[in-house]
Design a binder for this molecule. Structure first.
Ligand SMILES: Cc1cc2nc3c(=O)[nH]c(=O)nc-3n(C[C@H](O)[C@H](O)[C@H](O)COP(=O)(O)O)c2cc1C
Ligand code: SF4
Length: 369
């Protein structure tokens, strides 16, 4: 009988050591204040995850510019005045062995003019049916300015004490819409070939490395499929991953989905154990071509499944989102053998404008506390 599971062995992401293989995948918490400032609720949310022994915590997507806000009560990293609040999060987490990365993002065309205060930006004017938005095709100046927004936001993350940054290149947001042949119809150096569609991401990575040094960990959450006939597919995504690795990223989280495809990244419904990890096959295919650590995700719920994934080399880390909304202390419970599976039933009732919370648990207990 095994005494210590491989899931509790450390792993390095670039220069930083993660104490175990469990990752809280980026989860927008709807808990920031109206202007994106960090709140006490967020500080205690992150501290609780660290207390619960999550190896690497990734914050919800923080917007790099007010034009790139995706949702009300989203965390902002668009100005130096955000640094102080963000550092309260890292201070509370660093009382524990957990590490924390800031996910940085721009919503692109997946937002509303009322929210972002402008016509949403995109590589091309391709109508977005779920948000009912006809975006503005970005000009050269706007592209350069967004590249700088990402670089400066990474600097703010470092100054606020984050152990690294995750670039959001998934789920149809701005960077994801640049790499997708469906949403990027440009004929200039920012569109067309895969190299051109990826140029904005590469320039951001190069800029971050130049400003913050190669030692500051930088990972990417990447769409492996848009689920649109003319969109990005897994073969192209693997080619992208190889380029990103050669540009020096320290890890890759493999996700997928786009709102308008009718298939996003957060799939409803529990799956049998052998089908847990709906993006895992894509992660495995990608991992076969890379040397950097790969994060697997998508409805992973059972401890034995997680163990097999790592032991069989299908991924190096296990990312989960909803299970930590249900049970922030999940990893401690796994370690002490109290439970073998997350209680999350993937019903998606935790999306809540007043702050993420497990509606199932509230129903069961009558209250959260
Ligand atoms: C409430 C909620 C908010 C999310 N916010 C983000 C986000 O900010 N950035 C991101 O990349 N993914 C986000 N996701 C997707 C998760 O990171 C994850 O990829 C997805 O939920 C699948 O993992 P799971 O089955 O363990 O929940 C969110 C998911 C949920 C449920
Ligand atoms: S509401 Fe609770 S059970 Fe349902 S998906 Fe969210 S965390 Fe899981």
């Amino acid at each position: 009988m095994k005494t210590i599971s491989i899931l509790f062995s450390p792993i390095k992401i670039g220069t930083v050591e993660i104490p175990n293989r469990f990752v809280r995948a980026a989860t927008h918490d709807f808990m920031a204040s109206r202007n994106g400032a960090v709140t006490e609720r967020q500080v205690s949310l992150f501290q609780n995850l660290a207390k619960g022994e999550v190896g690497l915590i990734i914050t919800g997507h923080a917007y790099v510019n007010p034009a790139g806000i995706a949702s009300p009560y989203q965390t902002g990293v668009y100005s130096d005045h955000c640094i102080e609040g963000l550092s309260q999060i890292t201070e509370s987490v660093h009382k524990y062995p957990s590490r924390i990365f800031l996910q940085i993002s721009h919503a692109g065309r997946q937002t509303k003019p009322k929210l972002c205060g402008c016509t949403p930006l995109a590589p091309s004017s391709v109508y977005e049916p779920t948000f009912e938005v006809m975006p503005k095709e970005m000009n050269q100046e706007e592209i350069k300015s967004v590249i700088d927004d990402f670089i400066q936001s990474s600097r703010r993350a470092k100054e606020a004490g984050f152990d690294g940054v995750e670039l959001h290149v998934a789920h149809g947001y701005l960077l994801s819409s640049f790499i997708s042949p469906y949403t990027n119809r440009r004929k200039d150096e920012w569109g067309g070939t895969l190299t051109n569609r990826l140029r904005i991401v590469v320039e951001i990575i190069q800029g971050i490395k130049e400003l913050l040094g190669k030692e500051f960990p930088l990972i990417v959450k990447l769409n492996s499929s848009d689920f649109l006939p003319e969109g990005l597919n897994v073969d192209e995504s693997i080619d992208i991953a190889k380029i990103l690795e050669s540009e020096g990223i320290d890890g890759l989280e493999v996700s997928g989905g786009m709102a308008e495809a009718g298939r996003g990244s957060v799939w409803k419904g529990l799956r049998p154990e052998k089908e847990e990890g709906y993006f895992l096959d894509n992660a495995f295919k990608t991992k076969a071509e890379l040397s950097i650590p790969v994060f697997g995700l998508g409805g992973i719920r059972s401890f034995s499944v997680m163990e097999n994934i790592i032991e069989e080399g299908r991924a190096d880390l296990i990312s989960m989102s909803r299970p930590f909304i249900r049970e922030p202390l999940l990893i401690s419970k796994f370690r002490t053998g109290k439970i073998k599976k997350s209680e999350c039933i993937s019903c998606n009732k935790c999306f809540n404008l007043r702050g993420i919370a497990c509606a199932e648990l509230i129903k069961k207990k009558g209250t959260l506390s």
